[in-house]
Ligand binder design. Structure first.
Ligand SMILES: [Zn+2]
Length: 241
């Protein structure tokens, strides 16, 4: 599924097109992803000549991606959970229930892609990406638009009572948890949306069209559903030149 605007394109991967890697960390840093399947087909759909990812660790660290003289950071080598760029290089995250987030700044024509599981989310990974866009590109958060990709939904995302205790600092905490048949469920995307409001982004700047539940919608890769067999869907964004 490609979301296209005249300034940038986003690839929202799912299991239907067969472009879901599993052993991606073994790809190695020196292989240009634009020449290697399944990444090459994603690049082609985005009309991108280069693509990179971080080695994701549920942190709040991230990097500026640049194209010259070589792709930096090299694919899957540097630890981090978001990438930002203002250059025509495609940047992506891999997910299987965590929330992929794309942030586009229309004024400075720059973009971020973020890997947000509950740990990174409440530690502030999205805010870190926004702040780095402001520092690196002179972006302003009121010019940013946000797209949420597919993630485990409030229908399926089971959490522990201890986790709920960790969220006591949020006034809106009770809206994010629900109990069904004695099991506690968490609304990861709802949490991201509340946090974005706190960071100063307006509700109408957030697009949830592509935010399907990865667990109960079998078109998507889900770690919670498939455990170790789970592949990963890519969410990749590329600026148009
Ligand atoms: Zn679900």
């Amino acid at each position: 599924m490609i979301y296209k605007s005249d300034r940038f394109s986003i690839y929202f991967g799912d299991a239907s097109d067969g472009l879901c890697p599993k052993e991606y960390l073994q790809v190695g840093g020196q292989t240009p992803l634009a020449a290697r399947e399944p990444y090459a087909r994603v690049c082609k759909q985005l009309n991108a000549t280069a693509l990179t990812f971080c080695h994701q660790t549920h942190s709040i660290e991230g990097h500026v991606a640049t194209l010259t003289p070589t792709v930096n950071p090299a694919p899957f080598l540097r630890k981090g959970d978001f990438l930002i760029t203002s250059q025509p290089i495609a940047i992506g995250v891999m997910t299987a229930d965590c929330l992929p987030v794309v942030i586009y700044d229309q004024k400075m024509h720059s973009v971020a892609v973020v890997h947000a599981g509950w740990r990174g989310l409440i530690a502030g990974v999205i805010e870190q990406a926004i702040m780095q866009m402001e520092q690196a590109f002179g972006s302003c958060r009121r010019d940013m638009q946000v797209w949420f990709g597919p993630a485990a939904g409030a229908c399926c995302y089971e959490v522990t009572a201890e986790f709920k205790e960790r969220c006591t600092q949020y006034a809106w905490r009770d809206e994010l948890f629900s109990v069904r048949d004695g099991t506690l469920f968490f609304d990861l995307t709802g949490c991201a949306q509340h946090l974005l409001h706190e960071y100063g982004l307006a509700g109408q700047a957030i697009n949830r069209t592509h935010n399907r539940c990865t667990v109960c919608d079998v078109r998507y890769c889900s770690y919670r559903r498939d455990k170790e067999r789970a592949e990963r869907q890519m969410t990749v964004v590329a600026l148009r030149t």
